[in-house]
Write a protein that binds this ligand. Structure first.
Ligand SMILES: Cc1cc2nc3c(=O)[nH]c(=O)nc-3n(C[C@H](O)[C@H](O)[C@H](O)COP(=O)(O)OP(=O)(O)OC[C@H]3O[C@@H](n4cnc5c(N)ncnc54)[C@H](O)[C@@H]3O)c2cc1C
Length: 331
């Protein structure tokens, strides 16, 4: 049995039949099981049961940084901790990812859900993603278009049956100071370097989000819902203070945390699971939570938000059970 407690930031005590730490591409030929899933640091997953197969852990840590006339090219191994990479880039005055500082997880997982924070998405910097197709053990590479990045979405997320193990991510960052300061908390004159922005982002996150090393959690449990104009108009009539952000295709993004808060679910506790006092969108393990307690709490929140706003909150976390990935409706 392979202990997955350290490989899921909820800190749930779950196991898999076996585990394989992948330190180089060649290690992937050691897979002996025909049933496997891939994990980085487990900061975007809910493991609902012991897994009856092999868990592949991405620990490929090669890093190459090269300089071109107007930009830097970075090829980062999938197992590198993303925040370590950002710290290194910022220390070399290479900007672009500083707004994503302190997001837990690996480089390899970052394109899967096109991680984003404070106005920046990683997909904007990705030139290509290299992978091994685990079904054929062939190497492959997708350019940005093929990655099909969207809001917390990508080709990799939409096609999990393809079993593509991301080995490295190639990113390009332009030279010069080109910060993204659209987020309210980043709009002040003291932010003069990429390091200033990184430090500010880390401070903002510390105020709002629990550190998974102290309080088990997987960040935002639900996606921010995207709605049509008609739905927005109806809600705005009733809730004038509803936070709204522009989304793609003329649609609108609502703040799931606000909806949960207004449904009286901020800071609640159900068994050993709860929602974070400072950000209702974060479900937490209040001690020795069992997977079914997190699931029950999430379903309770969905029902409360549906009743109050007639909005369905779709989970952002990926859910895995005994036989692999599950759809939320299967729980
Ligand atoms: C406190 C906290 C704050 C967070 N804040 C944010 C935020 O602001 N924005 C945001 O977007 N996310 C956020 N997250 C979510 C999470 O950190 C990211 O989604 C991160 O990219 C997950 O990385 P991981 O290595 O932990 O991936 P895991 O959780 O291990 O895996 C996530 C998914 O990616 C797949 N995967 C992992 N590695 C690979 C690989 N090498 N090849 C192919 N597939 C792979 C897994 O199979 C799984 O489906 C937060 C999480 C926490 C706990």
């Amino acid at each position: 049995m392979f202990d997955l407690t350290a490989y899921n930031t909820f800190g749930l005590h779950v196991y898999s039949k076996d585990g394989l730490i992948v330190r180089c591409v060649e290690d992937l030929s050691k897979i002996r099981d025909d049933k496997f899933i891939i994990l980085g640091k487990g900061s975007d997953v809910l493991l609902t049961d012991d897994y009856d197969g092999t868990v592949l852990i991405d620990e490929i840590k090669d890093l190459e940084i090269s300089e071109e006339q107007d930009s830097f090219l970075v090829k980062a191994g999938g197992g590198i901790v993303l925040d370590d990479l950002i710290a290194k880039l910022v220390s070399q005055n290479i900007g672009g990812l500083e707004n994503l500082s302190a997001i837990p997880g690996t480089v390899g997982a970052a394109p899967v859900q096109n991680i984003g924070a404070y106005g920046v998405e990683i997909g904007n910097f990705i030139e290509s993603v290299e992978f091994v197709d685990l079904l054929s053990l062939r190497k492959g590479c997708f350019n940005r278009e093929q990655c099909d990045f969207g809001y917390r979405s990508s080709y990799f997320k939409k096609n999990p049956q393809q079993k593509l193990f991301i080995t490295s991510v190639n990113m390009r960052f332009s030279k010069g100071f080109n910060p993204c300061l659209t987020y309210k908390g980043l709009q002040d004159e003291d932010l003069l370097t990429y390091a200033d922005i990184r430090n500010r982002v880390i401070a903002l996150r510390r105020k709002k989000l629990p550190d998974p090393k102290v309080v088990g959690n997987a960040g935002s449990f639900f996606k921010n819902p995207i709605v049509e104009q008609a739905v927005l108009d109806k809600l705005k009539n009733e809730y004038a203070d509803l936070p709204v952000y522009a989304a793609e295709d003329g649609k609108f993004k609502l703040a799931a945390g606000w909806l949960i808060d207004k449904s009286n679910c901020r800071g609640i506790t159900h068994g050993n699971a709860g929602t974070w006092e400072h950000q209702a969108l974060v479900l937490v393990n209040r001690g020795e939570a069992r997977p079914h307690e997190i699931v029950a709490l999430a379903k309770y929140i969905q029902a409360e938000v549906k009743t109050k706003f007639d909005i369905f909150l779709e989970p952002e976390v990926r859910v895995f059970g005994k036989d692999g990935e599950l759809k939320w409706s299967q729980l």
